[in-house]
Design a protein around this ligand. Structure first.
Ligand SMILES: Cc1cc2nc3c(=O)[nH]c(=O)nc-3n(C[C@H](O)[C@H](O)[C@H](O)COP(=O)(O)OP(=O)(O)OC[C@H]3O[C@@H](n4cnc5c(N)ncnc54)[C@H](O)[C@@H]3O)c2cc1C
Ligand code: FES
Length: 262
């Protein structure tokens, strides 16, 4: 039987530089993954960390990684054809059955966009599965913009607002994602869901702004980036109150998640 604690070697097929601090790594992988899941990525004797699947295709998955500490610095030192160790996939996924045939609002910020990119690409390629996609994506400034090719695609198919907290770039509004939530025509939607992904403070304010605009709590879904260790419910590292984020998350309905936000 496969040991889920044992990382397995996987070949890096391609590395895409998104920004100075964020790279996308395409890695050989035959395991089926769902939108919203994550893997535990590692380098022996360096460390291990959970990273969301930002893209998937035939025999590969992609991870978009922000260089922040020991492990991610180590991964940034790897090259195409080098080996990355990983175990997974772990966690639940976006509630595809609940999203189907309804309007979808996605509010995403910073590296958090990585955790929702594969879901957005799914609806880009299968538009018949969704009524509409309404997207608000925010980055700190022009140097932090991720997935420029995807954003161009999404702008063509989805009702998209891209925004920067600071600075000016063509095609980007200025200000926080929360400033654009009142423009979403929630009242015209028959039924809808809202997915919010980003730093805890952003998810907190964005969810409250949605509720102030009449959105029911049960329609909001958040994805949590909690520090983890085992990823299989044994060590307790990821626990918020009584909830194991690695097992029950990382995606939670707001009714459950509102008490878990920092
Ligand atoms: C389900 C899940 C999905 C994730 N997906 C991604 C992803 O797609 N891309 C990505 O770049 N990262 C993602 N992360 C975050 C990533 O796992 C952490 O940044 C990880 O700690 C990096 O490891 P490191 O050894 O390089 O840095 P560490 O040495 O662990 O950390 C360096 C510094 O960053 C701080 N830090 C670490 N993690 C966090 C955090 N979550 N929030 C705030 N501060 C933190 C630490 O306290 C420390 O000061 C995800 C986390 C979870 C739980
Ligand atoms: S990471 Fe060990 S219990 Fe969740």
């Amino acid at each position: 039987m496969e040991n889920i604690m044992l990382p397995a070697p996987h070949k890096i097929l391609k590395i895409i530089q998104e920004t100075n601090a964020e790279y996308t790594f395409r890695v050989e992988c035959n395991t089926e993954t769902k939108h919203g899941q994550f893997f535990q990525l590692s380098i022996p004797k360096v460390g291990e960390a959970p990273i969301s699947v930002s893209g998937k295709g035939n025999r590969w998955v992609e991870f978009t990684i922000r260089k922040i500490g020991k492990l991610t610095q180590g991964i940034f030192g790897l090259k195409q054809d080098d080996t990355l160790f990983m175990r997974g996939p772990f966690g639940n996924s976006y509630p595809m059955e609940k999203l189907k045939d309804k309007d979808l609002v996605v509010i995403a910020g910073g590296t958090g966009v990585a955790a929702v990119r594969s879901l957005l690409n799914h609806f880009y390629y299968y538009p018949e599965e969704i009524s509409s996609v309404n997207l608000i994506i925010g980055f700190k400034d022009g140097n932090c913009i991720l997935f420029e090719d995807d954003l161009r695609k999404f702008k063509q198919e989805f009702n998209t607002v891209c925004t920067l907290d600071n600075g000016k770039e063509e095609g980007f509004e200025i200000g926080m994602v929360t400033a654009h939530i009142s423009k979403i025509p929630f009242k015209t939607f028959k039924d809808y869901n809202v997915v919010i992904v980003g730093p805890p403070i952003m998810m907190n304010f964005a969810a409250k702004e949605c509720i102030a605009n009449g959105v029911e709590e049960s329609k909001i879904w958040l994805s949590f980036e909690r520090k983890m260790s085992c990823a299989v419910g044994k060590c307790g590292h990821c626990k918020i109150n009584e909830t194991y984020v690695c097992l029950e998350g990382p995606i939670f309905n707001y009714i459950r998640a509102k008490d878990m936000l920092d």
